[in-house]
Design a protein around this ligand. Structure first.
Ligand SMILES: [Fe+2]
Ligand SMILES: [Fe+2]
Length: 486
C-alpha cells in the first residue's frame, strides 16, 4: 500500500514532468490572452469574475491531482500565479475608484507582485518560487505591456526569495522583515531610479506612497496565503511543523499524565529522528513532529505497553498471546483514527501508520508457539504500510532502537552499538525499508547517528554502576521488553 493516490481521470496520468510543465504553460497562455484582452478593453469587473471562476475550477482540479512533491509544487505555482492576477484585478478595480485615472503608474507599481514568491519560498526550496517569479514578471508584461513594471515584479520576487533564505523559514516574522527591510527600500530605490530625469519632492513622495502600499498589502496577503495553500494542497510548511511539535498541546499533556512512559519514549525518538534526518539532509522538522505523534494510539490502552507498566501489574499475564498481540498492534489503527479526528496533516498520520511497517510482534508470536498454540504469523504482524518516506524509515529505526537500548542492563557504547546493529539488520532482512526512497548509504549514516546520540544520552548511567543494581531488570525481562516495545 503506497501513498493513497487521489482523483484523477486523465490528470492522474499527467504526473510526468513534461505534462506538468505543459500544464503551466497552458494556464499561463490562457490567462495572458484572456486577462490581457479584458484588461485592455477596460472590463475590470468582467476580468475579475472570469479570473475568479478560472481560479475556482483550477483549484478543484489541482487539488485532485496532488500526488508527489513535484506535482504538488507545480500545482501551487499555478494556483499562486492565478491568485496573483485575481488580486491584481481586485487591487486595480478598487484603486481606480479611489485615485484619479491618470495615476495608472501608482496603481501598477503599488501592487505587491512578490507576495506569492515570498509564500512559496516559505513552503518549498527556491525552484518553485523562482518559476513563479518569472511567470508573474512575464504576466505583468503580457497584461500591462509595461517593461519597467515587469522588471519591477522580477526584482521584488527575487528580493522576497532572498529574504526568506536570509532570515530563515522558521519564523513568521520573516514575512515582515523581508517586506520592510528588503522589499521596501528595494521598491523605493527602483521607483526613484526609474524616473531619474524627474527628481522632485512630489515624485519622491509619490514613490514613497507607492512602496508603502506595496509592502503593506504584501504583508497582509502573504500572512493569509500560507494557511490557505497549506489547507488547499495539504502541505505542511516548516511553520506548521513547529506548531505541531509544541508539546504544550493537550494531546501531549494527556500523554504525560496517562502514558508517561510513552511520552518520554516519544520525546526521545523525536530527538533521535531529528538528528538522524539532519545527518542525511532529510526533513528534520517533519521527522521530529512525526516522531512525537507516532505512538498516540497507545493512549487508548496505555497500561498494555511495557513503558507505562512501572509498579503496575502486567495486564498481558492473563491474556492469550493472540489477544495481547492484537491489543499491541491496534495502537497503530487507534493512532491513525485519533490523528484524523485531531485534524493532523496526512504527512504526520503517515508516521503513525508506518512506524511499525509490517513487522512481527515477535514476543507474543514466540509465546504462542511455546504454548503449543497454532499461530498464523500474519495475525501477529502489523498491518503496515512499510515506511514510504525517508523520514518514516528513520523514525522506524529510531523507535525500535530507543526502546531496545532503554532496556539494556549496561548501556555502553559497545552494547548500544550491538543492539542498534541487530535491530537494523533484522528490519532490513524483513524488507521493512524496501518501499522507502532511502539508500543503503543513508540508512547506515542514520544508524551511526542513532548510536552516537544514544551513547551520549546513556553516558551518565555508565558512570554510576550503583544505580543499575537497583533499577535494572533481569536479562529475561529485558528480552521481553525488547519484544513488546516500542
Ligand atoms: Fe508504536
Ligand atoms: Fe514507539
Amino acid at each position: 500500500m503506497g501513498k493513497p493516490k487521489r482523483g484523477g481521470l486523465k490528470l492522474k496520468e499527467e504526473s510526468l514532468r513534461v505534462g506538468l510543465l505543459l500544464k503551466i504553460i497552458g494556464v499561463a497562455v490562457t490567462v495572458f490572452v484572456a486577462v490581457h484582452f479584458l484588461y485592455a478593453v477596460e472590463y475590470s469587473y468582467l476580468a475579475l469574475v472570469y479570473s475568479f471562476f478560472l481560479l475556482y475550477f483550477l483549484t478543484k482540479i489541482l487539488r485532485e491531482s496532488n500526488d508527489g512533491d513535484f506535482d504538488k509544487a507545480i500545482n501551487v505555482v499555478i494556483f499562486s500565479f492565478l491568485f496573483t492576477f485575481l488580486l491584481f484585478l481586485v487591487h486595480k478595480t478598487i484603486l481606480q475608484r479611489l485615485v484619479e485615472s491618470h495615476r495608472e503608474n501608482f496603481i501598477i507599481f503599488s501592487f505587491p507582485y512578490a507576495f506569492a514568491s515570498l509564500v512559496l519560498s516559505y513552503i518549498f526550496d527556491p525552484l518553485p518560487p523562482i518559476i513563479l517569479t518569472v511567470l508573474v514578471s512575464l504576466g505583468v508584461l503580457g497584461i500591462t505591456g509595461n517593461v519597467i513594471a515587469s522588471l519591477y515584479a522580477l526584482m521584488l520576487g527575487f528580493g522576497a526569495i532572498y529574504g526568506v533564505l536570509h532570515y530563515g523559514k522558521m519564523r513568521r516574522g520573516t514575512i515582515y522583515r523581508t517586506a520592510f527591510v528588503i522589499l521596501y527600500p528595494a521598491s523605493l530605490l527602483f521607483l526613484v531610479f526609474s524616473h531619474l530625469q524627474d527628481i522632485s519632492l512630489t515624485t519622491f513622495l509619490d514613490d514613497l506612497a507607492t512602496a508603502t502600499v506595496n509592502v503593506l498589502e504584501l504583508s497582509v496577503i502573504a500572512s493569509f496565503l500560507i494557511p490557505i495553500i497549506e489547507y488547499l494542497f495539504r502541505i505542511v510548511s516548516p511553520l506548521r511543523l513547529i506548531e505541531l511539535s509544541n508539546t504544550n498541546q493537550d494531546i501531549f499533556k494527556k500523554m504525560a499524565l496517562e502514558a508517561p512512559g510513552t511520552f518520554h519514549h516519544s520525546l526521545m525518538v523525536a530527538t533521535l529522528a531529528e538528528r538522524a534526518a539532519d545527518a542525511i539532509g532529510g526533513n528534520s522538522l517533519l521527522a521530529r513532529a512525526g516522531a512525537l505523534y507516532h505512538d498516540i494510539g497507545k493512549l487508548k490502552m496505555p497500561q498494555y505497553f511495557i513503558e507505562n507498566q512501572v509498579n503496575l501489574p502486567n495486564p498481558h499475564e492473563n491474556k492469550s498471546p493472540s489477544l495481547s498481540a492484537m491489543i499491541i498492534i491496534n495502537h497503530v489503527k487507534e493512532g491513525v483514527e485519533m490523528g484524523k479526528e485531531m485534524g493532523l496533516p496526512r504527512e504526520i498520520i503517515d508516521f503513525i501508520a508506518q512506524h511499525h511497517g509490517t513487522t512481527l510482534v515477535k514476543y507474543f508470536y514466540a509465546k504462542a508457539k511455546e504454548m503449543g498454540i497454532e499461530a498464523d504469523e500474519s495475525t501477529f504482524r502489523y498491518p503496515g504500510p512499510k515506511p514510504q518516506t525517508k523520514e518514516t524509515a528513520i523514525v522506524m529505526l529510531c523507535d525500535s532502537s530507543e526502546a531496545a537500548v532503554k532496556s539494556l542492563k549496561e548501556p555502553n557504547e559497545e552494547s548500544i552499538r550491538a543492539t542498534v546493529n541487530s535491530i537494523f539488520e533484522s528490519l532490513l532482512e524483513d524488507g521493512q525499508f524496501d518501499e522507502a526512497p532511502i539508500t543503503m548509504r543513508e540508512l547506515r549514516i542514520v544508524k551511526e547517528e542513532i548510536i552516537k546520540s544514544l551513547t551520549a544520552i546513556h553516558h551518565k548511567r555508565v558512570e554510576y554502576p550503583k544505580e543499575e543494581k537497583n533499577g535494572s531488570k533481569s536479562p529475561e525481562e529485558n528480552k521481553n521488553r525488547q519484544k513488546t516495545s516500542p
